[in-house]
Design a protein around this ligand. Structure first.
Ligand code: HEM
Ligand SMILES: *[C@@H]1O[C@H](CO)[C@@H](O)[C@H](O)[C@H]1NC(C)=O
Length: 385
């Protein structure tokens, strides 16, 4: 025996212990393999072979930045249900989508969502408890009705004018422009006009402001990766904090607080016209009336900043990308708009209402969302027992 005799009284040596641990580990591995191959009730669901054994396969796919292309390919190869980790499945049939994302008695979100906020401070996007979610949602729902959205049309028109002017400027300067980046600046500026009554001036300055683009990107990267192994979120979050990384959840809160302070300090010429009243004024009023708490202000303003710009920027640049790679479709879209203008069916700028009659435009938007979904990952849900 070569082991150090630390358990002299029991007659055991560390060699015995290592041996026992080895036997236990081997038994666990064999039983788990047996379970995966022969007992798992879902063992027949097809998918990439590594996905059956480990979440690392999915993590690798996400890291590649190409998972939005991988998922459709997997469905072409394996059919409507594909295993992507030992217990996560991707569904792509309309019937299944309807069952999974039903509005009544919805299936609960998974722990993937926890990683979209600081541990213990859920936002409207990450809350998993359905009762809590519908309560938080109800408090700000009036701000998001179709009528109140359409009221912000003038704000969008203003930013459209800036966008078109800047694009013309780029063309005159003959300078290359990073369309995904510029469209994100556009989206942030629109969200600024709507939420705080002031564009962030990103398009004008051709630059990020208050690191918001960086924060949105960092948040998506964090959730994309850590979301696959969400059990490490609380400790990984603390570790990052200790190492001096600014966490995205806290960063967005800071940006919102800064805007609230500015709002309170500004001499308020109150804009009561619903076409003018900014989001921030509406939520501050609700707060003063005691109808909502600070957390709901974060849900609304922080939600707009965090959820409303990446998605819109990505979708707009994808639409431009596919239109310019399919000149016949671009020509068809132009024909539709020109014909409507010639017939006096649309004004300049085109109103939201008028645009609803532009069928080809609607198809372009739907098709863009289909082939380049801005949320390029599974919206994970838990199957009830
Ligand atoms: C093309 C544009 C957009 C796309 C594709 C998109 C996509 C989505 C998707 C798929 C979800 C559900 C997420 C889930 O179940 O995990 C969601 C939720 C949400 N989105 Fe968007 N979105 C877009 C624009 C916006 C805008 C402009 C805003 C705000 C101004 C916004 C705010 C939100 C909020 C607050 C939630 C959470 C709602 C809740 O859980 O009750 N989104 N979005
Ligand atoms: C955007 O601005 C351009 C140039 O002023 C205008 O022709 C176009 O109708 C506007 N688009 C929308 C959707 O308002």
């Amino acid at each position: 025996m070569t082991g150090i005799d630390v358990f002299a009284s029991t007659g055991l040596t560390t060699t015995h212990l290592f041996f026992a641990a080895g036997v236990l580990a081997a038994t666990a591995l064999v039983s788990w393999t047996f379970y995966v191959l022969f007992l798992d009730p879902l063992r027949d669901i097809p998918g990439p072979s590594w996905a059956r054994w480990t979440r690392l396969w999915l993590l690798k796919e996400i890291s590649s930045g190409q998972s939005h292309l991988t998922f459709p390919k997997l469905h072409d190869k394996y059919g409507p249900v594909v295993r992507v980790t030992p217990n996560l499945y991707s569904f792509n049939s309309l019937e299944d989508q309807k069952k999974i994302y039903k509005l009544k008695d919805p299936l609960a979100k998974t722990a993937y969502y926890d990683t979209g906020a600081d541990p213990g401070v859920a936002n409207i996007f990450t809350i998993r408890d359905e009762k809590e979610h519908s309560d938080r949602r109800r408090r700000i729902a009036s701000l998001y009705t179709m009528t109140s959205m359409v009221n912000y049309e003038e704000a969008v028109d203003r930013m459209n004018a800036t966008c078109v002017r800047k694009l013309e400027e780029f063309a005159k300067r003959r300078s290359a422009v990073d369309i995904p980046q510029f469209m994100q600046y556009y989206a942030f500026d629109v969200i600024g006009e709507i939420s705080i009554d002031r564009s962030f001036g990103m398009m004008e300055g051709e630059a990020d402001v208050d690191d918001m683009v960086k924060i949105a990107h960092g948040g998506a990267m964090y959730q994309g990766h850590v979301g696959i192994v969400p059990e490490i979120h609380p400790s990984f979050f603390q570790l990052r904090k200790m190492l001096g990384y600014v966490n995205e959840g806290s960063a967005i809160n800071e940006v919102v607080n800064k805007q609230l302070e500015k709002h309170h300090q500004a001499v308020q010429t109150e804009k009561t016209d619903p076409k003018q009243e900014p989001f921030i004024q509406k939520v501050v009023k609700l707060k003063q009336l005691g109808k909502i708490a600070d957390i709901s202000i974060m849900d609304a303003i922080g939600g707009n900043f965090a959820a409303g710009s990446d998605t819109t920027g990505i979708t707009l640049s994808a639409a431009l990308y596919y239109l310019y790679h399919n000149p016949d479709k671009l020509a068809a879209l132009r024909r539709e708009i020109d014909a409507a203008a010639a017939a006096g069916e649309v004004s300049d700028p085109v109103t939201f209402k008028e645009s609803q009659n532009l069928q080809y435009l609607g198809a372009v938007i739907q098709e863009t969302l289909r082939i380049h979904s801005a949320a390029g990952y599974i919206l994970e849900r838990t199957v009830p027992k």
